[in-house]
Design a protein around this ligand. Sequence first.
Ligand code: CO
Length: 507
Amino acid sequence: MNPNTAVEQLHSIDRECRHLEKTTALLQWDQETQLPPGAVEDRAEQIALVQSIWHRKLTDPQTGRLLDELGADEQTPGGDEKLPRLERDFCRVFRRNYDRAVKLPEDLVRDAARAEGLSQAAWVEARQANDFASFVPHLTAMIDFARKKARCWGFEGPRAYDGLLDLYEPGLTAAETEALFTPLKEGLSALLQKIARAAPPETSFLDREYKVEEQVRFNRELMEGLGFDTRRGRLDISVHPFTSSLGFNDIRITTRYAPANVLSSVFSTIHESGHAFYELGLSPELQGSCLAEGASMAVHESQSRLWENVIGRSLPFWEWWLPRLKARFPEQLLGVAPEAFYRAVNQVRPSLIRVDADEVSYALHIILRFELEKQLFAGSLRVEDLPGAWNRLMKDLIGVTPPSDTAGVLQDVHWSMGSFGYFPSYALGNLYGLQIWEKLRQDLPETGTLIREGKFEILYQWLREKIYRSGCRVEPAALLAQVTGEKLSVNPFLRYLKDKYTVLYGL
Ligand code: CO
């Protein structure tokens, strides 16, 4: 077969798979934002059905034959002419997705999915009742399924955890992650100890009541002011904020509102807008293709964190946005200057809960989870002993001890869903983000002025050219090398925190 014909056929299969994925995403988005509670069971069946059709389509033997025909290097049978670069990238990523799906036996996929449902329900109950023991058999089963999947993907025995990390961060091993996390841990702990001895900022104006209706209006103004094109997406409400791509021109973000916590909605909106910018900035030539994805979980997270923390928690940002927030909340923010607001949104204090953590201690919460996952998969930590190990590490790393497992080992949903190897991408996102940001500031030295004048479009365009456009055509390490000329490092992130918090806290 002519290679171009084979590629065309693969594109056609891929397009249908993408439509099925986006259909699943729409069902899930609706479940998180609109679905009446009584409809949950039907919805679970609808999602399972669409997913099984997707799986069958992706793993059809015809797909494998087409991929084999194109060969590893996509050399044409004549050997004189290769496919264009874009098509070679497409075949490589499509092959990777196909291999991931086809290597898992159907009964393993089915059994794992069913166990996951039960495990999540058990986690909800265990968390409510502060009863870790009742969750132990489910968590044990989740670890077992994850190990079996890793083995199917070629990661045997002690390498199982590498196989799970690779799902979210292609090519990254546990040893490489550890080599980054060790200096990160030291740098963050040292900074945290210094901050703990300094006086905390004034934050009482944040404790006032901020009417939800006005918050809704402000968040809309905020997302549009940052450059979110509302003809290609929208903002809704959910319990846990998220971003979902329902199509190339349909990126949904959510936030949540509480009258007593105005910062929660604001920073969720900025964070999710950062994720959305990545999706909205993909090159049109990737539309409808498996290449229309972020380079990895961590690179995606680097963008949400960059917008939320580096841009959104900067002084110039609040020099621009505080007058606009004040216009909606004149009484609550009477007499509050941008500097005071800037100090308040950067308050550092040890927290038991990861999602409430500040910019300095956040990665320590991730390092804790990474350490425990590594030990669980190495077999050196038993599931029964997890709460004790959690509490000891919490004390070591963050200096606090959870009063209950609900506020400790049971706080995150990830493990109950079998998502092991996922957590590190949150902290790696900080590292990618700051490394990219240092380069951006070299190219655009007037960054502070741009932010202070609300010219976010210029930052977005730079990020789009360097990061967003190429989707997952380039793997994370290669993308970083392409943009910065360097390997992933903890130094830019640690430098950024040290510079920022030394001034903020007068260290
Ligand atoms: Co995120």
